[in-house]
Design a protein around this ligand. Structure first.
Ligand code: SAH
Length: 196
């Protein structure tokens, strides 16, 4: 299928912030994702107490699920409103602190310490700031990244993964000439070439 119609499309950070302000967040699901339930064993692979990364996390309820199972969760999201709604909707107390390495960024951390959410662009992160992860839940993340930034996004994700980490990726399949996205259509062949 021809994805040419989406290749040049760009959604700015400002537009994402506006979506949150307008509650134009149809991507957010109150029910946890059935595919995470289905493939949880693949993600965990029998391991306990993992560090799990949620790129472009929004207020994904799965962060609470995994934290409740004893894992530590790290997310990144440009919208501070999204992160505050996450803590409020789960009645989780949290504290805020600046991130010295990233100007203007904040870290919102649950008081219990097992959920740390960075309010900044994912492109500001590096393994020296967040360390590496044992698992990644990528839903609404690669498919939300602007097509021109996909390679940069994936290269960064690879640097954030421990040797034996597992990566669950959710994509959507549709005719890219009929919708402008996001979510963008990322063909399987491209996923293979991006991740190698
Ligand atoms: N993964 C979440 C949200 C998906 S929508 C879920 O499953 O519900 C994509 C989210 O990415 C939006 O909340 C948007 O504000 C955020 N976002 C977009 N560009 C970003 C960037 N460069 N860095 C961090 N977050 C970003």
């Amino acid at each position: 299928r021809d994805i040419g119609s989406q290749r040049d499309r760009m959604v700015t950070e400002e537009e994402w912030l506006q979506r949150w302000e307008m509650s134009n967040i149809g991507f957010h699901k109150e029910q946890g994702h059935p595919l995470l339930q289905k493939y949880l064993d693949v993600l965990l692979n029998g391991r306990r107490g993992l560090r799990i990364f949620f790129p472009l996390c929004g207020k994904a309820v799965e962060m609470k699920w995994l934290a409740d199972m004893g894992h530590s969760v790290v997310g990144v999201e440009v919208s501070e409103q999204a992160l505050k709604e996450f803590f409020a909707e789960h009645s989780l107390p949290y504290c805020e602190e600046p991130v010295p390495e990233i100007s203007g960024a904040k870290k919102l951390q649950s008081t219990s310490g097992n959920i740390s959410l960075y309010c900044c662009s994912i492109y500001d992160l590096s393994s020296s700031i967040v360390d590496k992860f044992d698992g990644v839940w990528d839903r609404g993340a690669l498919v939300a990244v602007n097509p021109c930034d996909r390679q940069r996004y994936v290269s960064l994700m690879i640097t954030l993964m421990e040797k034996n980490s597992s990566y669950l990726l959710v994509t959507v399949s549709y005719d890219p000439n009929k919708h402008k996205g996001p979510p963008f259509y990322v063909p399987e062949s491209e996923i293979k070439s991006l991740f190698g």
